[in-house]
Ligand binder design. Sequence first.
Ligand code: UT7
Length: 338
Amino acid sequence: MTVTPKGLAGELRTPPVAHARISGIGGYRPRRVVPNAELVDRIDSSDEWIRERSGIIERRFAGEGESVIDMSEFATTPALEMAGITADQLDAVIVATVSWPYQTPAAAPMLAERLGSKAAAFDISAACAGYCHGIALAGDMVRAGTAQHVLVVGVERLSDFTSLDDRGTAFIFADGAGAAVVSRSETPGIGPTVWGSDGAQWPAISQTESWIDVHEKNLGWPHIGMAGQTVFRWAVWGMAPVAQQALDAAGVTADQLDAFVPHQANVRIIDAMAKKLDLPADLPIARDIAYTGNTSAASVPLAMERMIRHGEIPRGGLALQIGFGAGLSFAAQVVVIP
Ligand code: UT7
């Protein structure tokens, strides 16, 4: 017996394809400023070494009233304001994070509830590339008509998962939140995303033990470890070509850019990428890491938000953004600055 379909694919109603843009952006930096001097004794380091090897002068650690959800809400409020919408107009809430302390449910539904939204809400785990993954998803959702407005939050409380005795990470990781609203647009505002992963390097940045081992072997609280040099080399050699591909895919040349906003992992990585990309000498380049440290999923939106707030980059101009980190994972795209 042959069975035949009752409906035809051609009869399926789908929304018209639209354009998408970032319509609002916001950031939240925790209150407590932690200078290098506060960390150096436990890791036999110095303020000079940390500044020279990473570019970090200080970072922020979250405290009471600054949970993953609190920080996400504080970053979202100005983003919604800039977008000119209210939370009930959101069709989806995407939270990119690796430091939400619950296996399930995700942070996003709780954030949506806090904001007064009943939108679709889910988390994504792509570490320092999480925000750029979120922008890719949100842009495609809006273009395809699944949503008109999507909130993308990159948020981390990495201080909860960092050992202050680990010489390779104690001075790098930090806390904060960045939020962007992606909305339907008359003109294109988010270029094609170039993204990928290299799972062969899965252990290069990872939680030290699985939750099962922590429980069964009675291990202490796990933290995130990193093979710094391995990741450094991968980032310096591997990520400039990805950024270049994102430019090419968008049909944009380096001299048409108004900003370069790479993940804030290490100022030496940022400088090496800028050199390899042969970026114009006067192009504004995000160096938020000096005062914010490496906030993983929050770093790109926080860095862009600071540049806009300080009037360093023109609204409506073009920014090349790239996130990269644990996985190892990466994602890059050219966006119109909100
Ligand atoms: O966000 C996700 C992506 N993450 C990244 O992209 C981070 C990539 N990695 C890095 O940024 C760098 O590898 C670090 C900043 C983590 C480390 O810098 P490095 O230049 O790669 O240091 P290293 O491990 O090569 O060590 C160089 C020297 C060694 O001493 P000797 O053997 O040359 O005498 C280390 O023992 O620096 C020493 N060292 C330190 N000294 C003071 C290593 N860590 C420290 C420290 N303080 N914390």
